[in-house]
Design a protein around this ligand. Sequence first.
Ligand code: HQG
Length: 177
Amino acid sequence: MKKTSVFISRILRHKPEIIGITLDAHGWADAAELISGINATGKYRLDRSMLEEIVRTDHKQRYSFNEDRTKIRANQGHSIPVDVELKTAEPPEMLYHGTGKKYVASIRTEGLKPQSRLYVHLSRDVETAMNVGSRHGQPYIFRVCAGEMFRQGYQFWISENGVWLTKAVPAEYLEET
Ligand code: HQG
């Protein structure tokens, strides 16, 4: 189930074409097409109740169904340009960004960039940032002066699953931890 879930996130955020499906402008995939496309790979098995369970139990709440549950999308994390109708919001004064030590020097000069994704992802607490950073080897955490950025006119969004997003963070808004 875990592997299937990781595969679903790859499909819904980055590469729907590998199972021959498309996302609409708002990032929705047809749930029945997703299920049959995934089964057709021969590598993963998925049925409706497994998909329901994955969506319900995902510990980061990565996915949502639409109202009549015929469509599914990832709540954030996309590299393909879809509009998942994120809500703009005023961020807390301080947010955190966990990264790998190997990126620190570059981030100090360039600030945070979205790289392959549509947004820079920020965490509301140090623990979450530490988990995100650990995905890139030795973790390192930057504090992001989000309140100050917001007052200067930078926009922030919060995803359905509580991840803070912004387009980029200039280096002057970063603090070392
Ligand atoms: C780094 C996971 C050099 C950035 C997580 C990060 C998150 C720079 C890496 C979500 C840089 C991109 C996103 C610069 C940024 N120079 N490196 N100027 N600016 N970087 O995976 O934030 O489990 O695209 O620090 O929990 O690690 O998939 O982004 O290390 O919420 O649901 O470039 O993915 O969620 O890496 O993770 P990523 P991320 P899921």
